[in-house]
Design a protein around this ligand. Structure first.
Ligand code: SAM
Length: 350
């Protein structure tokens, strides 16, 4: 998977620092006061923070899962419009009869910054995935998860958002006072040790947060938090899978993993698969050629970038015009821990 530029590197302070500083600022309090009269579904403090994050990160693409009456979508689209770049996609499978009409009432420049799709989140992410496999990039920078609040759906939405977000991006999670989203956030953080969480004005490391911490204080109806992506590509128990078009070499002699952090000494497996398929493969199902290389090796806490030679090298007949060449790289950890790869270039085929 190719990733677009890390967004946090473009900003002056890191996203965690921004969130803490912004939550204490006069600008944030003013934004909350402006939003208060809109009678929104989500708390004004949350919506004001989402708008602040969009203006801070200036992402190419923002996503809202669950539009409903478009109250938060409006504030997100306003922030995108203020940036003068980027786009908001807001999705809701049950919104086709109301959302387009609601959006017609928005100011033209705000409407131009937003697109509504009557999609289930799974449909949305499957389409995005297909685009990535075809060699595109995944430019999601800010995602607001506020769709189906059952645990299974909330966990899917958070995991899929995280899998498609640029390094340094943000996933805002709503309704953590409800069991589904609360457990989804806790399970997500357990599985993603390099992520951080902004909640109640402070930054929590992934291992710190428990269900006890996510109990609403007296008088608080809705609780929310911001999952903060590491500024690197994280490899955990879930493994790492990258897919892409093969554009250059005719011979792959190996792969370099651009490792920037290893949490502890661990055994890992790496599987490289080169696939060539005739253009009509999807019709005839014939003529595919795959070449596979498998490795098991140990990484140590101090490991940096490493090169893994392919023996024999993988040779492609790229002179054939009627064939698509793609490759797939999978890394799996055989024990606990995590590895971080460089955000700009996680690996390079040699
Ligand atoms: C709590 S409301 C969203 C409120 C809105 N985000 C706001 O802040 O104004 C939840 C919405 O999620 C939508 N929804 C339910 N399941 C969904 C799914 N699988 N994918 C996307 N949206 C979904 C519902 O139709 C509903 O309109």
């Amino acid at each position: 998977m190719q990733v677009s530029d890390s967004i946090v590197e473009r900003a002056d302070v890191s996203l965690p620092d921004f969130l803490v500083q912004h939550s204490l600022s006069a600008e944030y309090r003013e934004r909350i006061a402006e939003l208060q009269p809109r009678k929104m579904m989500s708390p004004p403090a949350e919506v004001a923070m989402i708008a602040g994050i969009i203006e801070y990160l200036k992402p190419d693409l923002c996503l809202e899962i669950g539009t409903f009456f478009g109250k938060t979508a409006l504030a997100m689209a306003e922030a995108v419009a203020r940036n003068g770049k980027g786009k908001l996609i807001t999705i809701d499978p049950f919104g086709a009869d109301r959302v387009p009409d609601i959006m017609k009432g928005w100011p033209a420049e705000v409407r131009a910054a937003a697109e509504f799709r009557p999609d289930y989140s799974m449909q949305f992410f499957s389409t995005l995935e297909a685009k990535v496999v075809r060699g595109g990039i995944t430019p999601l920078g800010v995602v607001f998860v506020d769709g189906n609040h059952a645990f299974e759906y909330a966990l899917f939405d958070i995991m899929a958002a995280a899998a498609n977000i640029v390094p340094g991006g943000a996933v805002i999670t709503d309704n953590l006072e409800q069991e589904g989203p609360k457990l989804a956030v806790i399970e997500f953080l357990k599985m993603n040790p390099a992520w951080q969480f902004f909640y109640e004005g402070k930054i929590w490391q992934s291992s710190e947060i428990t269900a006890r911490d996510l109990r609403p204080a007296k008088g608080v109806g809705v609780i929310w938090g911001v999952l903060i992506a590491p500024n690197a590509v994280q490899v955990t128990a879930k493994g790492y899978k990258a897919r892409g078009k093969t554009k250059t070499n005719t011979v792959f002699r190996g792969v370099r993993l651009n490792i920037c952090f290893v949490s502890e000494s661990m055994e890992v497996t790496l599987n490289f698969l080169s696939i060539s398929r005739p253009h009509d493969f999807h019709i005839k199902g014939e003529g595919a050629v795959t070449q596979r290389r498998d490795f098991t090796f140990r990484l140590r806490a101090e490991s940096g970038p490493i090169e893994i030679p392919f023996d024999p090298p993988v040779t492609l007949n790229v002179s054939r015009q009627d064939v698509n060449f793609t490759h797939q790289l999978e890394i799996a950890l055989l024990q606990s821990g995590h590895v971080l790869l460089d955000a700009q270039e996680p690996y390079r085929l040699l």
